[in-house]
Design a protein around this ligand. Structure first.
Ligand code: ADP
Ligand code: MG
Length: 443
């Protein structure tokens, strides 16, 4: 009778919690009776933690209802009959001959190499990520650090590494953790006085993927802990992949010795995608959702949503939702209408005078210096930059732009555009300024 209690509990829980959660956290639990105590075996420490935090109170209630005395969570499996204490994390892969226990990699399965669109902005990152899947742990790309602004596909690429590793080897122990998850697990282990177990669980993994390490800034104890885990993995030739929103050297609040390690292997920048890549991403995402959108609509979105793929996707979502709701086809007119408010808000932000102001601020110049006649390099270059940005971001003609720059000739504007385009290919700093300014202006 009591033995039936867990299936009955599970039935209730399935009705009360989302199917996916039940699948991930509750189905892996294996029940065993010890007297009138229900022992639930979990395959690893993360599942114990999740179940403990989210479901245990409810499981207790249900168990009592079905006549059980109490419920305890343990790490291990019923078959092994070696109930490891709950402080032991993942059992080493070689410890048992029983069927391999499921390893919760915490990965988002949706992010793969197949649905990652390659362009010049992310080509190096994609190649590096792919190399990791082919020879994890190789010194040439360990650790791999993908860095770049938000919404450019870092998490997507990092998850693709994990998913590909698991496709190639289903037993690969790949663990994905956002930095805030790492932090929370660590803090919980401090509170529960089992930091040893926290550390131990990283020892037997093949790859550790830590997302958004800039989150560690100012959190010294967490950095210290991560530093040690990093060293153990690195020495064991286990693969480490990290992402951050900036180059390690520019990170503030990160300890120097950790900072230096972040840059040890291969740091690769992910840049904002160019127009063609943005358009290809829109078309691919639409196809993924089973929505047909004409090329010209993809071009409109790609033209207007410049700096962040997440926003680009957001605009596509708005569009498809509106189309489904009204039952209309997605034509260019429909897109212009559906996205009118969004596009107008953007257009207002991007006026010539706003560009001048932002560029002047960026180079810490007075507006009248930027617009004035002096031709010293420190003034001329920002001036050209502002003109080229005005051409790139607004619909104004060359003469109109020239006029807005203290009545200059349209040939001056044309020259500025050519000059900047040329310099962008050779001058990394200028390229960076351009990207930053575009981002400032189109956000
Ligand atoms: P980040 O981690 O850099 O902030 P994400 O990986 O979360 O960015 O990407 C944001 C969204 O944009 C995701 O839905 C992701 O799938 C999508 N995305 C970004 N770059 C690409 C790309 N090159 N191809 C396909 N989708 C992309
Ligand atoms: Mg991310």
């Amino acid at each position: 009778m009591l033995m039936d209690a867990w299936p009955l509990c599970l039935e209730h829980l399935s009705a009360e919690f989302p199917a996916e959660d039940v699948q991930t956290w509750l189905k892996p639990l294996q029940p065993e009776l010890r007297g009138d105590t229900l022992v639930l075996f979990a395959p690893n420490a993360f599942i114990v933690e999740q179940v403990h935090g989210r479901y245990l109170p409810r499981i207790h209630e249900l168990a009592r209802h079905y006549g059980l005395g109490s419920v305890v969570l343990e790490i291990g499996s019923r078959r092994e009959r070696v109930a490891a204490p709950a402080t032991t994390a993942y059992a080493p892969a070689t410890a048992t001959t029983a069927a391999p226990e499921p390893f919760n990699s915490n990965l988002d399965r949706h992010y793969t190499f197949d649905n990652f669109i390659e362009g010049s902005s992310n080509k190096m990152g994609r190649n590096a990520a792919w190399m990791v899947t082919q020879s994890p742990g190789d010194r040439a790309h360990n650790p791999l650090l993908l860095y770049g602004s938000t919404g450019l596909g870092k998490t997507h690429l990092m998850s693709a590494i994990g998913n590909e590793m698991r496709r190639l080897n289903p037993l690969a122990r790949v663990l994905y953790l956002r930095s805030d998850e790492f932090y929370n697990h660590f803090i919980n282990s401090l509170r529960a006085k089992n930091t040893e177990a926290f550390k131990r669980q990283f020892r037997s993994i093949d790859a550790l993927l830590i997302d958004d390490v800039q989150f560690f800034a100012g959190k010294e104890a967490t950095q210290e802990e991560f530093f040690h885990i990093f060293n153990v993995l690195f020495d064991g030739r286990q693969q480490i992949v990290m992402t951050s929103d900036r180059y390690p050297r520019e990170m503030e609040g990160i300890e120097p010795r950790l900072k230096s390690r972040l840059g040890w292997g291969l740091p690769v920048a992910i840049d904002p995608p160019d127009f063609e890549t943005r358009a290809a991403i829109v078309l691919a995402k639409a196809a993924e959702r089973g929505t047909h959108i004409p090329n010209e609509v993809a071009f409109l979105l790609a033209k207007k949503m410049r700096s962040n793929v997440r926003d680009l996707e957001g605009a596509l979502n708005t569009l498809t939702a509106r189309a489904n709701f009204t039952g209309r086809e997605i034509s260019i007119e429909f897109a212009q209408e559906a996205l009118r408010d969004l596009l107008r808000a953007q257009q207002q932000a991007i006026s010539i005078s706003n560009i001048q102001k932002i560029v002047a601020d960026y180079y810490t110049l007075q507006l009248k210096e930027l617009l004035g006649k002096k031709r010293t390099r420190s003034l001329a270059r920002p001036r050209q930059m502002a003109m080229a940005l005005a051409k790139e971001l607004t619909e104004h003609s060359l003469p109109e732009i020239g006029h807005a720059f203290d009545g200059r000739d349209h040939t001056t504007v044309l020259h500025a555009c050519r000059q900047i385009r040329h310099l962008m290919e050779t001058d990394g700093k200028l390229r960076e300024d351009w990207d930053k300014l575009i981002r400032k202006l189109s956000e």
